[in-house]
Structure formats: C-alpha cells, structure tokens
Design a protein around this ligand. Sequence first.
Ligand SMILES: CCCNc1ncnc2c1ncn2[C@@H]1O[C@H](/C=C/CNC(=O)c2cc(-c3ccc(F)cc3)cc(O)c2O)[C@@H](O)[C@H]1O
Ligand SMILES: [Mg+2]
Length: 214
Amino acid sequence: TWSTRPQRILRAVQQSATRGDPRSVVRAIDQFCRHKEWAMNVGDEKGCILDSVVSELNPSTVLELGTYCGYSTVRIASLLPPHAKLITLEFNPDFAAVARQVIAWAGLQGKVQLVEGASGDWIPKMKEQFGVKTFDLVFLDHWKDRYLPDTKLMEECGLLRKGSILLADNVICPGTPDYLEYVRNSPRYKSQYFKSHLEYTKAEDGLEKSVFLG
Ligand SMILES: CCCNc1ncnc2c1ncn2[C@@H]1O[C@H](/C=C/CNC(=O)c2cc(-c3ccc(F)cc3)cc(O)c2O)[C@@H](O)[C@H]1O
Ligand SMILES: [Mg+2]
C-alpha cells in the first residue's frame, strides 16, 4: 500500500472527525485503531487515566516525549487551561508531519508546540529556547529504553520542581524495567502504578505516576 499507517490514521481523522472538536479526533483514531489497524497510541482506556491526571493537576507547562500521531497530545491539550503550554518532542519527520495535521484538525495548534528533534538534544535547551522554568507534568511515551536517561537528564537540567509529575506509558508492555526500578526505589520520587490494558487489547499494561519530591 502506498501510504503509511500514520497517514491512514490522519485520513481517518479528516474523514470522520469534526474540525475543532478534539473529542471527535480522539474517537476517530480509537475507532480506526480498534477496528482497522492497531497503532501505538495510548488509547482510550489508559487515555482516561491520563485525562484524570491532567484534569486533577491543571498543569501550566507540560512536556510530552514521543508525539507519534498526536493522539495523546490532543487528549492532553484539550484539557489544559487557557494560557497553559504543551511542548511535544518527535524526532521522526514523517510522524511529526502527521501529528501537526492531527493537532491542527483538533484546533489545538495554539496550545501545542511540536518540536521536531530528539529528546536528548532538546531537553537541555528547553529553558533557553522556550523560556520554560520547570514542567508541571511530563508524559513519557517514546522509546522505552530512553525513559530513564531522559528523566535523569531532566533532573540535571533543573526542569523538575517539588511536585512535578512524571506519567509514563507502557511500564508493563513493552515494559520499562530500569525506569520503573528507579522511580519506585529513589527517595526523590513517590510512585504509583495505574493498572490498565495495552491499547486496543486485553493484554495488561499500565501507567506509572511519579511525583518528584525535590
Ligand atoms: C533518540 C531517541 C529518544 N528520543 C526521542 N525523541 C523524540 N521522539 C522520539 C524519541 N524516541 C522515540 N521517539 C518517537 O516516539 C515514538 C516512539 C514510541 C515508542 N513506543 C512504543 O514502542 C510502544 C510500543 C507498544 C507496543 C506494545 C506491544 C506490542 F506488541 C507492540 C508495541 C505500545 C506503546 O504504547 C508504545 O508507546 C515515535 O513517534 C518515535 O519517533
Ligand atoms: Mg505508549
């Protein structure tokens, strides 16, 4: 087939979702991934847990690592207060191009800064490039072996403050054992596991919510 899966996801959004309606964009992607082609979006079950963490925290600054098609970007941005900002990092240009259009279809481009590049390069530049002091919430959903090094990098760059929340996808499937061991045993975090299922399947997966204690 000539198109890529992200391009087919974008087409499903453009065909089935209403412009400017984030919930319809989320629904269109979930419908497509449940009934047509599985894709690695956080999905609706874990997405509801993500929504509750965002709504409860009401964050002003959010960082997302791994945009992919922009599904969780849209979920998070649609819940942010008026002046809040979400910076999302994506290093695959084809995925970034699809995500920009998904985010625009949802009408959320004003709340989202999609940065095309690698987390390791951009985390150290957050303060100077975007005037960010610290992040209230970080959503980790990129390569699973990068969760721990990038968390340590965020600590070193002073991007976390007392009370900052790290929310990590896939801590069971595919799994992030070194990250989980770190946030669950480090005295600098208070960690909590939210049991759920791998998107669009019955397999176990879950989100780990970790509060940075400073
Ligand atoms: C330089 C590498 C680290 N820095 C990075 N900086 C910016 N973007 C990065 C990135 N790493 C990866 N990305 C991007 O994040 C995304 C990667 C996500 C990786 N996610 C998974 O592998 C994943 C995989 C599964 C999965 C589960 C079960 C299964 F059988 C098959 C797959 C489920 C998920 O929910 C997942 O999130 C891509 O868009 C990629 O281009
Ligand atoms: Mg994931």
